[in-house]
Design a protein around this ligand. Structure first.
Ligand code: ADE
Ligand code: ZN
Length: 378
């Protein structure tokens, strides 16, 4: 029988990702225990950045109970263990149902502050120097939470985390692509007065029959306001190559979230390389591109194709509470990443961040010092 962990993993392979089979456990190369422990240490100490993490996807079960109590809400679970046991899904829509239900406990500015601060504290403890975080305001506005409370709470957490923990961060407003284009435009209009607290707009949620082009006017308006643009092209979705094409050619995104199916199209790979586009890959459960056997390992395939890959945790609270270090440890083993490649992934991330040039130089200097101290070149 599958362990609970095994079950959640397999199921989540489909969450962000879809329905490609994960590599079987026996395919992971055997690594001597000393080497494995050294790799865990190396990854923990590596200076890192993270750009594909949904704040609502960091809402841990323990915090859900605390917020429900504070807000006088009843939850249909006896305890944390029972709640976590309900995190079982088999595709993106069934994951999203759990994710959207879970975020209903977020009601006040303080709730959003606490959520964002908890993620940033965890990130700082993992040597993440800088993070760009998604949030889904449409879902909160629906419940009557004002935009000012959502963005205000997250912003005060970012400021506190920068001052107290030294972690830099910025915020990406996502359009929920399976809601209407009108709803997304209303949300953008409600957010523009808070423009100075945002760095970009993104596109997430259920991708089936909701192509990037549906939001062309939104992206154009956001860009005119000085925001960057990114979009999820989740793994193995219907029409995924057309979605990637639209993102690159029609929308001219500044980055792509996931995007692993690009490996099926040499033409799209050439376009992405010509544009020097970066990809925020979340390999935890979405390790392989569908199609002909043998399946393609996304991280290895994208690196070998010369694409700018960054590694990210996506929705860690729903993925076994595995944050970036844990995700990287597994990606290292699955994709046989060398220490030089791990340093290269962090370098890609610092280069891909929408931060100022001074913080970028500082992050890169920290990375170079780390690599030198570890004797890693490349
Ligand atoms: N919203 C939250 N997590 C998501 C994911 N992994 N893919 C698409 N939309 C999401
Ligand atoms: Zn995502």
């Amino acid at each position: 029988m599958l362990s609970r962990r095994g079950l959640v993993r397999g199921v989540l392979g489909a969450s962000c990702a879809a329905l490609a089979p994960s590599l079987p456990a026996w395919s992971t190369p055997a690594v001597p225990a000393d080497d494995a422990a050294d790799m865990v240490r190396f990854i923990a100490a590596l200076p890192k950045a993270e750009y594909h993490v949904h704040l609502e996807g960091t809402l841990e079960a323990e915090m859900k109970f605390a917020l429900a109590k504070r807000n006088g809400l009843d939850l249909p679970f006896a305890d944390v263990a029972a709640m976590k046991a309900s995190y079982v899904y088999h595709d993106l829509p069934s994951f999203l149902a759990i994710y959207y239900d879970g975020m209903k406990v977020l009601r006040t500015e303080q709730d959003f502050h606490d959520l964002a601060y908890a993620y940033l504290a965890r990130a700082a403890s993992q040597n993440i120097l800088y993070a760009e975080m998604f949030f889904d305001p449409q879902e909160h506005l629906k419940r009557g939470v004002p935009m000012a409370a959502v963005i205000g709470g997250i912003t005060s957490a970012r400021e506190s985390a920068a001052a107290q923990l030294g972690i830099g961060s910025q915020l990406i407003l996502c359009f929920v692509r399976d809601l209407s284009a009108e709803s997304a435009m209303e949300t953008l209009n409600a957010a523009l007065p808070f423009r100075q607290h945002l760095v970009a707009v993104g596109l997430d949620s259920d991708e089936k029959d909701h192509p990037p082009i549906k939001f062309a006017a939104h992206f154009a308006k956001a860009r005119a306001a000085g925001l960057k643009v990114t979009a999820h092209c989740d793994l193995n979705q219907k029409d995924i190559l057309e979605h990637i094409r639209q993102a690159i050619v029609d929308i001219r995104v500044d980055r792509i979230d996931h995007g692993g199916n690009i490996l099926e199209s040499p033409e799209l790979i050439a376009m992405a390389r010509a544009r020097n586009l970066s990809f925020t890959v979340c390999p935890s459960f979405s390790g392989t591109v569908r199609g002909e056997a043998p399946p393609i390992d996304v991280v290895r395939g994208m690196l070998d194709a010369g694409l700018n890959v960054t590694i990210n945790s996506d929705d860690p609270a729903y993925m076994g509470s595995e944050y970036l270090n844990e995700v990287l440890v597994q990606a290292q083993a699955r994709s046989a990443l060398t220490k030089a490649e791990l340093v290269g992934l962090s370098r890609n991330a610092f280069k891909a961040g929408w931060m100022g040039e001074a913080p970028r130089a500082a992050c890169l200097a920290r990375l170079d010092a780390f690599a030198r101290a570890e004797g890693v070149t490349g």
